[in-house]
Design a binder for this molecule. Structure first.
Ligand SMILES: *Cc1c(COP(=O)(O)O)cnc(C)c1O
Length: 368
C-alpha cells in the first residue's frame, strides 16, 4: 500500500480490512448490521468489560459518557490540562466546569496526589486521560473517588491495550471511552467506543446514540433527547479486523519505540520510558532549547514533527470563558514547550528510525 514511511502517523491497513469493506459494500447493509455487534462484543472482551457501545468518534463517546453519568450545569469535574481538547470540551457541551489539576513531569498524566485539594461540594467526577498510552495511577485515584463518592470517566482514547496492574485501562472507571481516528493504535477511519460494566449506563448510551429510540423495532418512538452518534457498518468492519490484528500492531509499535530508544543513545534529549505494559500512541521526546529550529531542520529533510500537546487552559476559548492565564499550570506549560513528536507508526523499519535519528543528531549539532 502506498505510503511515505516518514509520516508522523500512518494507519496499518491490510488486504483483510480492504476485503471486509468490499464485502460490506456488496452486502447492502451499511448501518446497524452484524459488524457493529461483532466489533462491540470483541472489543468488550478484549478490554475486559461487560458492555461496549460503538459510536462515530471518540468525542461523541465522551459526550455520551458525560450525559449518561448525569453530569450537568453547575457540576465540576476534575481533569488534566495536558490532553487533546476533546477530553475537556465534552464537559463544556453540557455546561459542566472542568477543574484542572497539573500533571506529573515524568508521566505527563494528571498528578493524582494533587486532586484532593481541588475537590469541592460541586465536584461530581474525575476524568483521567491515559496520555500517550501511559496509564494514570488508578489505585489512589479510585480510592479518592470512593472516599468522596465521585464517578470516574476514563479517557482511554490513546491507550488501547495499555495495562495497569495487569488489567487493561478502560476497565477501571464507571465508564470509559476509546477513539479510532487514523493516528490511534487501531482505526475505523472515524470512530469511537464507550465501555461500561453498568447495565443502566449501557442502556442510556445505546438510546442516546440512536436518536433517543428505546428499541430498533419501533423506529419513530423517541423516549429521550438523543443524537446520531451511530458507527456505520463499514467502519465497524474495519475496526473488527483491526482488533483481530491488534497484538501484531502493538508489537510492531513497541519495536519501533525500542529502535528509537536504542538509536537516540547519548543524545541530550529526554526519551519516553520503555515499558512493555504500555501501548504506544506517539513517540514524544523533550527538546530543551531551539525546538523550532530543530523542527524546521527536520522538515527540510522531509521529516515531519510536531509539538504535542498545546495546553488546554491556554486555548483561546478557555482563556475567554474561564480567564485562565500563563502560569496557572506550570508543569503542563513547561512540558508543552519542550515536547516533540517524531514519526511513529507500525510500518517504520529500523532504517527509517535511523534516518530520523541521524537527521535529529545533525540538527542538534547545528542548533543545540
Ligand atoms: C483522539 C482522542 C480523543 C477522541 O478524538 P476523536 O477524533 O473524536 O475520535 C479524545 N481524547 C483524547 C485524549 C484523544 O487523544
Amino acid at each position: 500500500m502506498g505510503q511515505s514511511k516518514l509520516n508522523l502517523s500512518y494507519p496499518d491497513i491490510t488486504s483483510r480490512e480492504i476485503n471486509t469493506v468490499v464485502d460490506i459494500l456488496k452486502s447492502g447493509q451499511l448501518s446497524m448490521g452484524r459488524y457493529i455487534e461483532q466489533f462491540e462484543q470483541a472489543f468488550a472482551n478484549y478490554v475486559g468489560v461487560k458492555y461496549a457501545i460503538a459510536v462515530n468518534s471518540g468525542t461523541s463517546g465522551l459526550h455520551l459518557a458525560v450525559r449518561s453519568l448525569g453530569l450537568k450545569e453547575g457540576d465540576e469535574v476534575i481533569t488534566t490540562p495536558f490532553s487533546f481538547i476533546a477530553s475537556s470540551n465534552c464537559l463544556l457541551f453540557e455546561g459542566v466546569k472542568p477543574v484542572f489539576v497539573d500533571i506529573e513531569p515524568h508521566t505527563y498524566n494528571i498528578d493524582v496526589c494533587r486532586i484532593e485539594e481541588k475537590i469541592t461540594s460541586r465536584t461530581k467526577a474525575i476524568l483521567p486521560v491515559h496520555i500517550f498510552g501511559t496509564p494514570v495511577d488508578m489505585d489512589p485515584l479510585l480510592k479518592l473517588a470512593n472516599t468522596y463518592n465521585l464517578k470516574v470517566l476514563e479517557d482511554a482514547c490513546e491507550a488501547l491495550g495499555t495495562e495497569y496492574r495487569h488489567k487493561k485501562v478502560g476497565s477501571f472507571g464507571d465508564i470509559s471511552v476509546f477513539g479510532f481516528y487514523p493516528n490511534k493504535q487501531i482505526t475505523t477511519g472515524e470512530g469511537g467506543m464507550v465501555l461500561t460494566n453498568d447495565a443502566n449506563i449501557n442502556k442510556i448510551c445505546r438510546i442516546m446514540r440512536n436518536q433517543g429510540r428505546d428499541d430498533n423495532r419501533n423506529w419513530f418512538n423517541h423516549i429521550m433527547l438523543g443524537f446520531n452518534y451511530r458507527m456505520d457498518e463499514i467502519s465497524a468492519g474495519i475496526g473488527y479486523v483491526q482488533l483481530q490484528r491488534i497484538d501484531d500492531i502493538l508489537a510492531r509499535r513497541f519495536q519501533v519505540a525500542k529502535y528509537y530508544d536504542e538509536l537516540l543513545g547519548n543524545l541530550c534529549i529526554r526519551k519516553p520510558i520503555i515499558s512493555a505494559s504500555k501501548s504506544w500512541f506517539v513517540y514524544v521526546v523533550e527538546v530543551w532549547k531551539n525546538r523550532k529550529e530543530i523542527m524546521n531542520y527536520l522538515a527540510t529533510k522531509g521529516i515531519p514533527s510536531r509539538p504535542y500537546f498545546s495546553p488546554i487552559h491556554l486555548q483561546p476559548l478557555y482563556v475567554e470563558k474561564f480567564g485562565f492565564k500563563k502560569g496557572d499550570y506550570p508543569v503542563t506549560e513547561e512540558i508543552a514547550e519542550r515536547t516533540l513528536a517524531l514519526p511513529f507508526h507500525s510500518r517504520m523499519t529500523r532504517a527509517d528510525v535511523e534516518f530520523v535519528v541521524d537527521t535529529l543528531k545533525r540538527a542538534f549539532e547545528l542548533y543545540y
